[in-house]
Every structure is written in structure tokens, then in C-alpha cells.
Design a protein around this ligand. Structure first.
Ligand code: PLP
Length: 426
């Protein structure tokens, strides 16, 4: 049984096999040089100490080799994205042919919809969560308009029931029973950014496919956080960014998954560029277009190597560790966090994230009774970096790579003091 004491938290850190990974990251400090309690890996992951060396390597090769670096660099730039494929595939539970690192998240979502949102006059609607991440909502709305449909009429929202926060599969089932023959695409956030609910991807994919809809997931909050098993999910496509749990730096490149069942389908419509073309004849320049098999066949451009080097630095850590050990620790750490929060009293604190560890990642979304944004500001002043979402939710993501049981203990301890003082109430 857990204990709400600092000694217990320290003991858990000693028992934690992964505790040394924290030393591989730069932990931000306050102006007195004390380490902050960083709980926003769901927004921007911390910098691995080795990232600098990976980027320096490419800067050096560029300085010394110029254009020859494409083939002569220590990690030749021409095939650089291939060095990421296997580790990235392991992180999201896919086959290497199914993943590629390219562009940014929302751009990839659009590219995927070019191929997998193929509306007809009668089947053109898109289902998303009512609380989808704004960028995803804007992206699907613009796709509807792009194809000449009304973006309100064409969008179906999967909503929580009255006085509930989480989504129920029965309700998605009911929507599909009623409207399934009008729906072209089901596009869901694999882990909802607001509630932290981790969906059963396989169940959703099955449901969508039963009604002949394409199914895609935005896994921005899932990649590097939960064991996504994208291949087994059967989803047609997925996209994610690498700057959240994958610690690859602000605005870094994004991931893209296209299920193996589509890997050799040259007939799939897509937007293309020279990087989607056959590698053997890419530089002949005058060839008819010949698409690459697999997710690589959706690339457009030669990619930014400096950003990819940061991704490689991060993926090498994930690769060494493996997702199993990571998610095992994550469940313990978030379980302890939940335990401590519950000590504050369920009439003061409500956790809207699922209580089932299989239905969430590391993030807990917390509502504090009568709180407004000044509660969050107080937490920040106390050295806790968390994330506030209107109207009243604090999102905290203790990540298993660099957060400790002591971090979680101190965070809740500080929250407790602020709540006792009640200085945050209007
Ligand atoms: C973080 C996030 C985004 C951000 O999109 P960018 O294209 O990387 O700016 C989009 N969707 C979801 C679900 C996210 O969590």
C-alpha cells in the first residue's frame, strides 16, 4: 500500500530501475538554480543531454563535407530518415515499412486525408471527438470545405454524456449504427489531450471498418507515452508529433503511420514529391513517377537533418529502454500520483482521467473545486510547471523517463498548501 510521505517517495525512487534516466535529461531550473518540478512532458518534452552531440555531428559534417555529406557524412543524409524507421516503429508498435518521420503533425494529417478521406455524394461525413484538439478539428473542417461540403453538417461529434467527461464506446457505436453509411472517416485522438483518456484503438478501428469507414488516429499524446500497437489496431493511418513525449525539440518533425495493408497500393491517391519516388531513380530526374512502397511513399521533400538528428538522439534512448519497461514504470508513477491526489479529498479534487491504468497514459487531468487560473499561477510560483486548460483543468504528466516519485510527492504537497491557503478562489 502506498504512503503519502516523502520517505516513501524516496524509497520508490531507489527501487526504480529507470531512475538513472533522469540524469540523461536537462531539467529546467528556477532563478535560484533549483530544479523545477516539470510536469508538462505532454506539451514539450525535455532535452536529452545527448541531443547536442547528435546535432553537432551533422553541423560538423556539413561544415567539412558540404554537399558530399548526403553520401559521405557519418550518418549519410540521403537515407537519414531510414535510421529512424525501426526505433520509431518500436515506439508506436508498427512495422518499419509502416512508419516514416516527416513534416509536422497537422501537415501529415492533411496528407493522410488526401489518401484516406475519399468522400462521395452520400458518404462524406467525418467523426471526431467533441473535444478534439483544435488543430485536428480545423484540419478536418477544412477538408470538408475543400471537397465542397458544409463543415458543420459534415462533422459528427462523439460527445460525452451529460455531466460526464469521458467518451463511451456505446455512443460511438450508436452514431455509426445511425449514420454509418454517411461516414467516410473516423478520426480520433488516440489519447485525448484534455481528459487523458486512452482509447481502445482496435475497437474503434473495428467499429469504423464494420461500417466501411476509413479510420485514423492522431497519436500526439500517445507516442512515447502508451504502447500504441498501431499495426494490430488495424487503423488505416496515424500521425503524431515528436516534441511531446518523444523529446525531440520544439516544432520538431512528426511521425506518420500507414498500415501495411496499404503499403503496395499504388492506386491510392496522394500528394507526392521527389522523396516519395523510387530511391534508385530519384536523381535521374526525368523518370515517370514511381512511388515508394510503404509510409515512405508519402514523403514530399528531403528532410531537415538537424531536426532529425534530435529525433534520433531521443529515439536511441527509447530504443535502449523499450516501451514495456517505460509503460510499467509509468503506471506505477501515475498510480502514486493519483493516490496522493486522492488524499486531498474527493470533495476538493476531481480527476477526470480514467482510473483504469489501461485507459490512460501518464497524464492526469485535475479539477480543483472553485479553482481559477490563479491556482495554476500559484503552482508555477511554487516551482511546478503544469498546464492549465480553460475552464478549470490542470493537466499534469509525470513522465517515466525523467520524473521521479519525489517530483510527484512535492507537486501534490505544494498543491495541498495552496489549497489550504485558499488564496486562489475568486
Ligand atoms: C500537439 C497536438 C497538435 C499540434 O499540431 P502541430 O501540427 O504539431 O502544431 C495537433 N493535434 C493534437 C492531438 C496534438 O496533441
Amino acid at each position: 500500500m502506498h504512503k503519502a510521505t516523502l520517505d516513501y517517495a524516496k524509497q520508490q525512487d531507489i527501487l526504480d530501475e529507470l531512475s538513472n534516466y533522469r540524469n540523461q535529461f536537462h531539467i529546467p531550473k528556477d532563478k535560484h538554480g533549483n530544479e523545477l518540478i516539470y510536469m508538462t512532458g505532454n506539451s514539450l518534452g525535455l532535452q536529452p543531454k545527448q541531443t547536442k552531440a547528435y546535432i553537432d555531428q551533422e553541423l560538423e559534417d556539413w561544415a567539412n563535407l558540404g554537399v558530399e555529406g548526403h553520401t559521405e557524412a557519418k550518418n549519410p543524409w540521403l537515407p537519414y530518415h531510414e535510421f529512424l524507421a525501426e526505433s520509431m516503429a518500436n515506439v508506436v508498435g508498427a512495422k518499419p515499412i509502416e512508419v516514416v518521420t516527416m513534416n509536422t503533425l497537422t501537415a501529415n494529417l492533411h496528407l493522410m486525408m488526401v489518401s484516406f478521406y475519399k468522400p462521395t455524394k452520400t458518404r462524406y461525413k467525418i467523426i471526431i471527438e467533441s473535444d478534439a484538439f483544435p488543430s485536428d478539428k480545423y484540419a478536418v473542417e477544412s477538408q470538408l470545405r475543400h471537397h465542397g461540403f458544409d463543415d458543420k453538417e459534415g462533422l459528427i461529434l462523439w460527445k460525452p454524456r451529460k455531466n460526464e467527461e469521458l467518451l463511451r464506446y456505446e455512443d460511438l457505436e450508436a452514431i455509426l449504427e445511425k449514420h454509418g453509411n454517411e461516414v467516410a472517416l473516423v478520426m480520433i485522438g488516440g489519447v485525448n489531450y484534455y481528459t487523458g483518456q486512452y482509447f481502445d484503438l482496435k475497437r474503434i478501428a473495428k467499429l469504423g471498418h464494420k461500417h466501411q469507414c476509413m479510420v485514423g488516429f492522431d497519436c500526439a499524446h500517445g507516442a512515447g507515452n502508451v504502447a500504441l500497437n498501431l499495426h494490430d489496431s488495424g487503423a488505416d493511418f496515424a500521425v503524431w508529433c515528436t516534441y511531446k513525449y518523444l523529446n525531440s525539440g520544439p516544432g520538431s518533425l512528426a511521425g506518420c503511420f500507414v498500415h501495411e495493408k496499404h503499403a503496395y497500393n499504388k492506386g491510392l491517391n496522394r500528394f507526392t514529391g521527389w522523396w516519395s519516388h523510387n530511391k534508385q531513380t530519384r536523381f535521374n530526374m526525368r523518370q515517370e513517377f514511381d512511388v515508394l512502397p510503404g509510409a515512405e511513399g508519402w514523403q514530399l521533400s528531403n528532410p531537415p537533418i538537424l531536426s532529425m538528428a534530435a529525433i534520433k538522439a531521443s529515439l536511441d534512448i527509447f530504443n535502449e529502454l523499450g516501451m514495456k519497461k517505460l509503460t510499467d514504470k509509468s503506471k506505477k508513477l501515475t498510480g502514486y500520483f493519483e493516490f496522493l491526489l486522492k488524499q486531498l479529498g474527493e470533495d476538493t479534487i476531481k480527476i477526470i482521467t480514467p482510473t483504469n491504468p489501461e485507459a490512460r497514459g501518464c497524464q492526469l487531468s485535475i479539477q480543483v473545486l472553485n479553482a481559477n487560473k490563479s491556482l495554476h499561477n500559484k503552482l508555477t510560483e511554487a516551482g511546478v510547471i503544469s498546464d492549465w486548460r480553460e475552464p478549470d483543468v490542470i493537466r499534469c504528466a509525470p513522465t517515466p523517463l525523467y520524473n521521479s516519485f519525489q517530483d510527484v510527492y512535492h507537486m501534490v504537497d505544494k498543491l495541498k498548501k495552496i489549497i489550504r491557503e485558499k488564496t486562489y478562489i475568486d
